[in-house]
Ligand binder design. Structure first.
Ligand SMILES: C[S@@+](CC[C@H](N)C(=O)[O-])C[C@H]1O[C@@H](n2cnc3c(N)ncnc32)[C@H](O)[C@@H]1O
Length: 268
């Protein structure tokens, strides 16, 4: 198999990665046969996975738009993924062009492709790091140069915390980030759930088998709400992803009640 220039040498092309599998769900081209085979197993039990991923991206757009309207101009996007259309820097570029965005991911393809795409863009930087090590991320010179932690920041954890198991204490991880930021900082979470959705539970089981890119820990609405700690949730609170401030009433509906993910936005 030829190695494309966006796949650094350390990448094992025969083992699927969360970032590249997600890229495949979204119709992207930064994935390999191992990713497509794994994704196809998930699609076998959750055939709507592509639409589910698109709806998650639509939530990302709506939430970032809300943050721009709330006056936020610094974004820490943790688990930012392989860039695809409608990334955070593109959304804020239209609404608040002076904003700064820092993308953080531990996937080499996501990091390399983000760096290539953003060459020459001084508003946006990329950091290769494990988001579950907040002290290391917060102390990194790239973060310190790019974001001003004396002013409010929005921390985005969009479709990633289900890859952070309970043993990594995700609520404490989040708290460490927010404690390093002043009042008025925001937190955005979207998170996979199996609540009321057996197909999603089957998909989770596939992620928890051998040859999986990452173990998965889906969470209930109550568990996702707990991750926000004592922050103040904006309306409508933690809800199924399509129901978080939909652009039109058509965005909600019976299918949305079973959408396998919850989301919310809160501030300190
Ligand atoms: C499902 S994708 C979501 C991408 C993007 N946030 C979105 O919603 O479109 C999850 C991303 O989180 C990254 N990720 C998972 N665990 C991580 C960790 N511990 N540290 C940094 N990145 C992580 C993966 O590499 C992947 O790119």
């Amino acid at each position: 198999m030829d190695r494309p220039n966006w796949a650094p040498d350390e990448v094992d092309l025969t083992h699927p990665s969360v970032a590249r599998v997600y890229d495949y769900y979204l119709g992207g081209s930064h994935n390999f046969e191992s990713d497509r085979q794994f994704a196809d197993r998930v699609l076998g039990v959750l055939p709507d996975m592509a639409a589910i991923a698109q709806q998650n991206r639509a939530f990302l757009r709506r939430s970032v738009r809300h943050l721009c309207q709330a006056g936020i101009d610094q974004f820490l996007d943790l688990g930012s993924g392989i860039p695809t259309a409608g990334n955070v820097h593109e959304i804020v570029g239209q609404l608040a062009p002076r904003s700064r965005v820092l993308y953080v991911d531990h996937d080499p393809v996501a990091v390399m492709h983000s760096r290539e795409l953003l060459a020459g863009n001084e508003q946006t930087a990329v950091l290769a790091a494990d988001l579950a090590d907040p002290e290391r991320v917060l102390a990194d010179p790239i973060l310190r140069e790019h974001l001003d932690l004396s002013r409010p920041v929005a921390v985005l954890l969009v479709s990633v915390l289900h890859f952070v198991g309970d043993e990594l204490r995700p609520a404490e991880v989040i708290r460490t980030y927010l404690d390093a930021m002043p009042r008025g900082s925001h937190l955005v979470i979207s998170h996979a759930t199996h609540e009321g959705n057996d197909e999603a539970a089957d998909a989770q089981a596939i992620y928890n088998q051998q040859r999986s890119p990452n173990a998965m820990r889906m969470r209930t609405r109550a568990e996702v709400t707990e991750l926000f700690g004592d922050l103040t949730l904006v309306d409508p609170g933690v809800v199924r992803i399509p129901m978080w401030r939909p652009d039109s009433p058509a965005g909600t509906g019976p299918a949305s009640e079973r959408y396998p993910g919850h989301a919310g936005v809160a501030f300190t």
